[in-house]
Structures are given as C-alpha cells and as structure tokens.
Design a protein around this ligand. Structure first.
Ligand code: PEP
Ligand code: MG
Length: 579
C-alpha cells in the first residue's frame, strides 16, 4: 500500500484497476512452455538480443552525425546495455529454470530491472529507468510480441496511469467508454489532460512525479480527485473508508441534480449566466444536461489533434454545425484554434521551440498560417447559418493581432457571400483576455469587440511566470494571487465602461471556491466544464449580491494568496458546509 499526493484536477473518487501506458502498454501473459520447447525459446531470446542491438546501433549511427546529439547518446547507452551478456544470461536462466516463454521471461526481468533503477533515488537514474521501457519494447518486438496498445481498444473499465498524456491520447480517452479515471506523473491543474478530465467529469490526479513507474497494470487504485491523492494497492480499511466517500459524493450529486432546471440566480434575484466549455461537439449534450445555458468556449483546436492530417473546411463546418444544432438557440462561442504550446497537431511541421508557450502559439500561429486559418474561419462563418455562433480569438497580446484576425474574418465572409453561401451577416466577435498585455489594454481592446472572455488559465501563467503544465512549480500557480484578481477587476471595469460583455472561461470559473468572489467582482457570465456547473449554481443560489460584494471588498484588501484562499474557504463553508 502506498499513498501518493499530486494535484487533484477534477472532482470525484474512483476505485478500480490500473492500466499503465508507456511502461506497460504490453501486458505479456504469464506463459510457461513444455520442456521440448525450451531450446526454441532460448533461441528466441538470443535472436531478440542480437536484433535489438542491431536496431539500436543503426539508430545511433543515424543520429551520430548531429553534433551533441542527445539521441545518439541514449542509443549508445541502449546498445551498451544490450551488448552486456549478463541480462541475456539471466533471462535465459528463467526460461531454463522456470520454463517461462521468452516473452514472459523478458518482461519479468525488465520490470525487476527497472524497479531497481527507480529505487536508487537519483532523478537521473529514475529517468534512465524509462530507457528500459524502450529496450523491453524492442526485445519483445523481436520475439514476436507487438507492443502497441491503443486506448481505443480498451475492453474493460480501467484507470489510466501514464507519465503524461499526449493530446491525441487525450482525444482517444474522450472516445473510450472504459475510462474510470487517470493519473499522471507530470502536469498541472490547467494542462490539457486536466481540462479534459474536468470536461468528462472523471476523477484524475496529475503531477504525481513517479506514479507510472510505481504502479503495474492490474494494481488496484483509489483515485481521489478532490484531494489529489492516489492510493496504490489500498488496504481493506482504506477501501471501506473510500466506499463511504463515494456514497457521500453520490448523495451530493443527487442533490445538485435537483437544481438542474432552476436558474443560477442569487437569493436577491440576480441572474448569472452559466455556460459550458467543450473540446468536442459531442460534449454539448453533457453541458446542457448539467444546466448550461449555452457554450462559452469551444476549444476548436482539439479538432486538429485527432489525426495525422488537418481537418478540411468541410469537416470543420460539419463539426461546428453539429455543435450549433445541439446547442439550439443558445449561444455557441467558437474559439479559433489555439494550437502550439502544449497542443501541436500531429501532422504539422512544428519546429521545436525552447519556450513553446511564448512561441508560435494560438493567434500567432493562425496569422502566420493563413492556409489553415482561412478554412477554419470559412467553416465557422458557414456554420453560423445554423445557430447563434460567435467567434473568439485567443491569446491576443496586441491590438494589431485582433485587427488582422478581424480583417481575415471579413475577407472570408465576403468570399463566401460571393460564392452564394447563406450565413449570419453580423457574427459577434470577441477576444480572450489571457495575457497581461490584453488585460492592461482591455480598454482599447473593448473598442474592437462585442465581448471579452477572461482566460485565467493562461493569464495566471503569463502574469506569475509559472508554466501551467509544470508540476514542479504548481504550488506557485494560483488564481488567488492579488495580481490576478486586480487584472480581472480591471477588465470587468473596462468592459462595463465600454458596454462590452465580459465573461470568465478559465478553470477558475468552475472552482466553487471563487464563485462568491467572481460574482462580487461583477461577472454575470461564467463558462466552465460541464461537471462544475451544478456546484457553482448551488453557491450562487445560496448567496445575495450584498454577500458577494462584501467578500469582494475584503478579498481585494489582502496582500497574499494565502489570506485570499483561507478567507474564501471560510466564506464558502458558511454557504455550503465542507464541500
Ligand atoms: C484559458 O487560458 O483560461 C483558457 C480558457 O484557454 P485554454 O485553457 O484552452 O488555454
Ligand atoms: Mg488559454
């Protein structure tokens, strides 16, 4: 039994069996062979080592020409290890003594070997342990075991355990019906995997450091997304305790479900509009079921992360049209692709960047790649014939970007008109305020748009200079920092001055800890993952505007995020116990 602490990124608790990706994508069944087959299996082991060594040598040579090539060094290490006679001898010994199949002996030996490295305590050696996953894959490949395990092919309900999840794995997770929860070594509260977990409403814990190497597929796990805790191989007492928590959460959920059709309205009658955030059109239904009054953020870039080729204009049009039809006459805000950063499309020719979050990301990528941007805008404009579609441009950091983006939008609209398409003539245009520059210049920005939406996930990382995906600085990443709260307040003030509506669509909007404050700051629209809507609504329905304004005044007088969090925790508890 081991308890690990990370960052809980979505509500809920789940108990289930692990499927470890990367380290154990291959689950080699325990297999023994009859005595007459032993020499055949020994031959396979020998052949496996020779072939793997040859592969690695070829790859090392391929990279050797590049000065300082780290890959050549890594392959050199693999080659050296495979040339050492001892591992092969030990594996052959298992085949002879225990009659294991070659594949099973390799898998048992490699797992033990990895564990030894991991237990040495040095981060360097722990990292090296991951090399043995690669070596194992190679050896298994040469003894006839294919190591690819795709998430789409999951057949039983599992908790995914991984070092990290790539956007395409995240996309596959979205499609599987067998996912109970997931846990990862890396990541922060607003990295892409965390956002998807919140969208799906499944328990997840990220930033656990070394969970993928501590857990084996088939291990029993408790994932507590509320407290950021993972229990590996829990004791009967822990299982019993958590079963009570699971029941308790189910009861809370049932009470929240009763609010579904009631408005998000304060006790003194002020309406707050609650919208949903989605990554795929299929999530609209979930948002509406949870009481969303529309979609405040469609992260359209996920359409670009699904396969090796870019979606065509027609494919995008169909996705936006489907979303619009499911949303009905409610608003659907489509954010143009926010590619780059931690979301690069597989088929794209992405140059490696030293600081991808400060690089060719989002609107910058769009404006430099009009052959990708224009078809997206055409698709959105065409889809506007099917609903209340609005366009939002992400990561604006200067007015000129916004003007250029609007110009491209007007060009494609003219083009479509000439081509005889029917669409809405005045599509509302908005800007995300997610850089300090945009927040500081929100007065000027407001003159250019019909609405602004505050993206706190990025606003926090750029204001506090804290990578939102890096678990090592996760304790510094907080919406409660006074600098963030002042920026938010400033944007709301400017929006009001210019009569431009302001909403907030970062994860902060869905965290009940901040609900009273955000209402007090004057936000009347909040957009969040579907699963967060009921809790936020519950808080709104329990307060008055006078409560919210009092809380806001007090919070804005604090100097540290600790004071803010402690105070908000107390105030939220007063309203809704210890949620
Ligand atoms: C944000 O930055 O707050 C936001 C909503 O956008 P994303 O999380 O997709 O970067
Ligand atoms: Mg953002």
């Amino acid at each position: 039994m081991a308890l690990k602490r990370g960052i809980g990124v979505s509500q809920g608790v789940v108990i289930g069996d692990a499927l470890v990706l990367e380290t154990e994508e291959t689950r080699v069944p325990r297999r023994t062979v009859p005595p007459e087959q032993i020499s055949h299996e020994l031959g396979l082991v020998a052949k496996g080592f020779t072939a793997a060594r040859e592969d690695v040598a070829a790859e090392r040579e391929k990279f050797a020409a590049r000065a300082g090539s780290e890959l050549a060094d890594i392959f050199g290490f693999h080659e050296h290890w495979l040339a050492d006679p001892r591992p092969q001898k030990e594996i052959a010994g298992m085949v002879e003594a225990k009659h294991y199949s070659a594949a099973y002996a390799i898998s048992v030996f490699m797992r033990r070997y990895r564990r030894r490295f991991q237990e040495m305590g040095s981060p360097y050696l722990q990292e090296r342990a991951r090399d043995f996953v690669d070596i194992e894959r190679r050896l298994l490949h040469h003894v006839g075991v294919e190591t690819r395990h795709t998430l789409e092919s999951l057949e039983e309900q599992v908790i995914i355990v991984a070092h990290d999840l790539t956007p395409s794995q995240v996309v596959a997770l979205e499609r599987t019906k067998h996912l109970l929860g997931f846990v990862t070594d890396v990541g922060g509260s607003t990295s892409h995997s965390a956002i998807i977990a919140a969208g799906l409403g499944i328990p997840a814990v990220v930033g656990l450091g070394d969970v993928a190497s501590q857990v084996s597929s088939g291990d029993r796990l408790i994932v507590d997304g509320l407290h950021g805790v993972v229990v590996i191989d829990p004791s009967p007492d822990q299982l019993a305790d958590y079963a009570v928590t699971v029941d308790h959460l189910r009861e809370i959920r049932a009470t929240l479900d009763e609010l579904r059709d009631l408005p998000a309205e304060t006790r003194d009658g002020v309406r707050i509009e609650l919208l949903g955030n989605i990554e795929f059109p299929s999530e609209v239904a979930d948002c509406l079921e949870n009481g969303a009054e529309g979609i405040g953020l469609f992260r359209s870039e996920f359409l670009f992360l699904q396969g090796p080729t870019l979606p065509t204009e027609q494919e995008q049009y169909e996705a936006y049209r489907d979303a619009a039809e499911s949303v009905g006459d409610r608003p659907l805000i489509i954010r143009t692709m926010d590619l780059g950063g931690d979301k690069c499309h597989v088929g794209g020719a992405w140059e490696p960047e030293a600081n991808p979050f400060l690089g060719l990301r989002s609107i910058r990528y769009s404006l430099q790649n009009l052959s990708v941007f224009r078809p997206q805008l055409r698709a959105i404009v065409r889809a506007s014939a099917h609903g209340d579609i609005r366009v939002m441009f992400p990561l604006i950091s200067r007015i000129m970007e916004l003007r250029q983006a609007k110009y491209v939008l007007s060009l494609v609209s003219e083009e479509l008109e000439e081509e005889g398409y029917e669409f809405k003539s005045q599509i509302p245009v908005g800007a995300m305020v997610e850089t300090p520059a945009a927040a500081i210049c929100s007065r000027e920005l407001a003159r250019e748009v019909e609405f602004m939406s505050i993206g706190t996930n990025d606003l926090i990382q750029y204001t506090l200079a804290v990578d939102r995906t890096n678990e090592r600085v996760a304790q510094l990443y907080t919406p409660a920092d006074p600098s963030i709260l002042r920026l938010i307040r400033g944007v709301i003030t400017e929006g009001r001055r210019s009569k431009v509506s302001v909403s907030l669509c970062g994860e902060m909007a869905g965290d009940p800890l901040f609900t009273i404050l955000l209402v007090g700051l004057g936000l009347s629209t909040l957009s969040m993952a579907a699963s967060n809507i009921p809790r936020v609504k519950k808080i709104i329905r329990s307060i008055t505007m006078a409560d919210a304004e009092r809380v806001k005044r007090r919070v804005l007088s604090f100097e540290t995020e600790r004071e803010v969090v402690n105070y908000l925790r107390d105030e939220t508890r007063k309203v809704w116990g210890d949620i």
